[in-house]
Structure formats: structure tokens, C-alpha cells
Design a protein. Structure first.
Length: 363
């Protein structure tokens, strides 16, 4: 060892005790160390997508109501209480569907209970026994060939389906132009429906090669400038569809604010919604994720497409079609804002490869 190296080690040895004193390792935690302020709790909640927070709150309220009706404490809940609740959910009839909740909904309820305990500075209950109940429920549904045993997936809006959907639209109207742009831009950017309706007019910039769309990717918490090239067919070109919408929006004197707005039954930009004289909803007229998803569902129904069509169909359609066209996993994931190694994306790609890369072919 050189003299310089020895001297550096000596310096570190004398510095560490000054930074980490022996007293700091022996003093016990106080209540202050475990306290989380209301502001900090709100900041933690803000880091979660609003749709997820709404779902967790709904699940928590249902759990709290059940605890109140059975004389149990919801916070902090014991492992036994959570296990009993999951058992209850496997048999309780849902007012909305007329049957018990599916495994995915029960799994989310467990996640909600644990998450809300964390928000309340309480230790989350152990859910091992509850998850065994859930595993048995899944097995029972599978052996009885229940439809609930199968994971419900949105149909992918691949190009053929998109063409059928676009053919139902009257693109001479503002609503038709908006819906065409929503379908094509949602597909071309692989945006989640909440990310799509969050776009403002100034998030879209036209270049010689196409559009550059500034999309906030909610799962990876970052903006991506997503390139959308011209399509070879004008009828299905996202650049032309968005351009037509922008021209119509300018004519309607909408040059700032949201890209996708509410349109009333008369084909005009909808007026701000009020209740008893008080403004409700987004005063700028921005579409909600649900209203945009409803557009996808209604247009698919008008096109006579079977299956479940939701706002997620556009994102799934992009991933499936891109894989079939030979795009790499990395390019697909980065274009659409998926996390590296995303299991959801891998599932889409497996479906895209089902026929194009079938191991049975040629045997």
C-alpha cells in the first residue's frame, strides 16, 4: 500500500466518528421519527395516479363498512379480519354484477387495505392467510370453468379494427374530427387514456416529418416527446387527423387549453358544466378519461366489433401491431412509456407473437 493510500484511509477513519457518533447509534427512536404530517401524506397520495387513488378509496370504504357491520376494527386491521373479509368477498353478491367479485378485484382490495394502512402510519396487516383464500377461490373458479377465472382484457385496436371504427365517423363534424384524432393519436402514441386527455394544444407540434407530441407518462413519471410520422393512407393518418382537428378548433376560437374537449349534442364546444350555479368538472371543457374511453367503446360498437373495447384498446393495439410488424421490445416500450421489463407489455407482445412466431408452425 502506498503512503498516499495509507494517509487517505487514516483521514477517513478519523472523519467517520465525527459524522456518525456512537451516541447516534444508541439513542432510541421517538414518536417524532414515525410521524408523517398531513402535507407529507398528501404528497405521497399525489404520487399515485388519481384513478388508482379513487379505486383504493372505494375499496377502503367498502372494507370499513363491512368492519362496522361485523364489529371489527378497520384500522389497524388484524390478519384475521382481513382473512375473514376476503372470505366474505368470495361469496358476497355484487349489486353491480349480480355475482361475487372476481379475483383481480379482491386482489386490489387487499392492496387497498395495505396501502391505506401505510397512509395512516399504521403497520399493514399480514395477508398470507387472506391470499391463500384468494388462491383457493381462483382454483375453484378455474375448475368450474367460470368466466371470472379468465382475466378480462381490452380488445387490441389493431389497424384493421381502427379502419372499421374510423369508417363509422362523420369527419365533417367537430365531434367526428375530434374522435378520429383521439383514436389515431391514442394509437400512434400508445398513450394511456388519461395521458391522452391530459394533452394540451401546445403539447402537439407539427414538423416536416410528422408530429412531436409531449406526453406525460404517468407510470414512469416523466415527459416523452413522442414522434408520430405521417401515415401512408390519408384516412388513417394521425398527423392529418390532428391537423384537421386543430383547424376546426381554431375556427371555434379554441387556440389554447386542452386538445380533446367536450362537444355538445349540437356539435358545438360544450359550455362549462354547472350545478346550482357552481362550476363543476374541468372548466376548460377537457374530456375526462371515462368520456374518452366511452368514445372508443361506442365507436367500436357502431363498427360491429365484438369483445371488450375500452380506452386501453388503443395502447394494446399499438403494442400488438408493432410487434407483428417486427419492432423490438425496447423500441415499443420506449415509444409507449412502458417501464423496462414491464410484464404488461410482455403479455401484449406474447399475444402479438401468437401467430407470427408460433413454435408449432413448420413442425
Amino acid at each position: 500500500m502506498t503512503e498516499t493510500a495509507s494517509r487517505e484511509i487514516e483521514i477517513v477513519a478519523h472523519t467517520v466518528p465525527a459524522v456518525v457518533s456512537p451516541a447516534a447509534t444508541t439513542v432510541a427512536h421517538t414518536d417524532a421519527d414515525f410521524f408523517l404530517s398531513d402535507a407529507a401524506r398528501e404528497a405521497v397520495s399525489a404520487g399515485m395516479p388519481a384513478s388508482t387513488m379513487r379505486a383504493y378509496t372505494k375499496d377502503w370504504n367498502a372494507f370499513s363498512d363491512w368492519c362496522a357491520s361485523t364489529g371489527r376494527l378497520n384500522l389497524p386491521a388484524t390478519p384475521e379480519t382481513v382473512t375473514e373479509y376476503v372470505t366474505h368477498l368470495t361469496t358476497a353478491i355484487s349489486a353491480r354484477t349480480g355475482k361475487p367479485l372476481g379475483p383481480a378485484s379482491i386482489d386490489r382490495a387487499l392492496a387497498s387495505i395495505r396501502t391505506l394502512h401505510g397512509f395512516a402510519n399504521q403497520t399493514a396487516p399480514d395477508t398470507k392467510a387472506a391470499r391463500r383464500v384468494l388462491a383457493g377461490y381462483k382454483a375453484k373458479l378455474a375448475t368450474t370453468h367460470s368466466a371470472q377465472a379468465r382475466t378480462r382484457k381490452a380488445e387490441p385496436a389493431v389497424p384493421d379494427a381502427l379502419r372499421s371504427m374510423l369508417a363509422t365517423l362523420d369527419r365533417s363534424t367537430l365531434a367526428g374530427m375530434r374522435n378520429a384524432a383521439l383514436l389515431l393519436l391514442g394509437y400512434a402514441t400508445a398513450a394511456r387514456i388519461s395521458e391522452l386527455v391530459a394533452l394540451n394544444l401546445d403539447d402537439v407540434r407539427e414538423t416536416e416529418d410528422g408530429l412531436l407530441v409531449n406526453v406525460y407518462r404517468s407510470k414512469v413519471k416523466t415527459f416523452t416527446e413522442t414522434a408520430v410520422p405521417y401515415g401512408s393512407n390519408p384516412a388513417t393518418c394521425p398527423v392529418r387527423a390532428v391537423r384537421a382537428l386543430l383547424v376546426a378548433m381554431t375556427a371555434a376560437e379554441r387556440t389554447t387549453g386542452p386538445l380533446f374537449i367536450r362537444i355538445d349534442r349540437h356539435g358545438k364546444v360544450a359550455a362549462p358544466m354547472t350545478r346550482k350555479g357552481v362550476a363543476i368538472g374541468d372548466v376548460s371543457g377537457r374530456m375526462t378519461p371515462k368520456s374518452a374511453a366511452d368514445v372508443v367503446t361506442k365507436v367500436a360498437d357502431a363498427a360491429g366489433l365484438e369483445g371488450s373495447w375500452t380506452g386501453h384498446s388503443l395502447r394494446r393495439g399499438f403494442a400488438t401491431a408493432a410487434r407483428r410488424a417486427g419492432a423490438s421490445l425496447e423500441r415499443i416500450g420506449r415509444h409507449g412509456g412502458w417501464k423496462d421489463g414491464s410484464t404488461a407489455l410482455l403479455g401484449y407482445l406474447e399475444e402479438g407473437d401468437r401467430w407470427t412466431d408460433n413454435p408449432v408452425a413448420g413442425l
